[in-house]
Ligand binder design. Structure first.
Ligand code: NAD
Length: 268
């Protein structure tokens, strides 16, 4: 079988550069190309040089449609508005798309779900194996522990991150809520400041830290009187998300259209 040609959307971004490296290191995959928003100063540069590896002989483009035409599957780590547009092109062309962009509004999420009717869409707030295990374990712990255990989710990311709480923190929150059989929106406490009153039983609290170049730390705390369980994952380098996204891209081959998660890819 020939190698799967993977196109990268958001190629000059932090994740885009890690993805170029991850695809070149993966067995069974080749870089089909990478696209950026029109006007990005890196357009026209060699993808290898951009990533700090040997030149690939492929330059960064702004022509998203041409990239779709060359790719068997695309990976999108961009911004929500671009992701919605890219998901539409995927549905139109029947090209599989792996989406890592976070911070989508409900209407944007609905557009991604719609694309899943016509193309293979794998979407995850976090593509690392460790975090996906942490999500599964969080759900299990929340199933077993009643609401005498207060659930708090703490995350820290680099100073450039624009959305909060992180998509991963929200995914951990949703897993905890699902374990308890409740809707996260009904119990989420996403910001405490000033005289907040006592904690409501059953709430799931979020706390957000930003600073330095932290790739992503998440802790789920289950705190009861006199005992506490803490489940922590720390990402050392964003290459782990890129490797997971490439793993998901390889997994899409031959799958029927649908909206899938990393839990499906990893069979968790
Ligand atoms: P970044 O800002 O470094 O990169 C995003 C890139 O997308 C930028 O270079 C931007 O120019 C580009 N872009 C914007 N519009 C575009 C368009 N129309 N076409 C092509 N490219 C376009 O951000 P980042 O740190 O690489 O993160 C990107 C996204 O991925 C964020 O939403 C982040 O939260 C998410 N993320 C997800 C995971 C995960 O595992 N799911 C891991 C890390 C980051």
């Amino acid at each position: 079988m020939s190698d799967l040609a993977i196109g990268i959307l958001g190629g000059a971004g932090r994740m885009g550069r890690a993805l170029v490296r991850a695809v070149t290191e993966a067995k069974g995959a080749v870089v089909a190309g990478a696209a950026e928003a029109p006007g990005n100063p890196e357009i026209g540069k060699d993808l290898g040089a951009l990533t700090g590896i040997d030149p690939l002989g492929i330059v960064l483009t702004s022509d998203v449609r041409a990239l779709f035409a060359r790719a068997d599957v695309v990976i999108d780590f961009t911004v929500p508005a671009a992701t919605v547009e890219n998901a539409r092109v995927a549905a139109e062309t029947g090209t599989a798309i792996v989406i890592g962009t976070t911070g989508l509004e409900p209407a944007q999420q609905a557009a991604v779900a719609e694309a899943g009717k016509r193309a293979v869409v794998v979407q995850a707030a976090n593509f690392s194996l460790g975090v996906n295990l942490a999500v599964a374990l969080t759900r299990r712990l929340a199933e077993v522990l009643d609401d005498s255990f207060d659930i708090e989710i703490v995350e820290m990311h680099h100073r450039h991150k624009v959305d909060a709480p992180s998509g991963t923190a929200l995914a951990l929150g949703r897993a905890a809520a699902a374990g308890r059989g409740v809707d996260l929106d009904a119990v989420a406490d996403r910001g405490r400041d000033g005289i907040t009153g006592a904690r409501r039983r059953g709430d799931i609290g979020f706390a957000v830290l930003r600073g330095g170049n932290v790739a992503g730390d998440h802790t789920v705390v289950f705190a009861a009187d006199d005992e506490r369980i803490e489940l922590t994952h720390k990402a050392g380098d964003r290459i782990i998300f890129a490797r997971g996204a490439v793993h998901a891209a390889l997994w899409t081959a031959g799958k029927p259209a649908g909206l899938y998660t990393m839990q499906d890819v990893l069979k968790l």
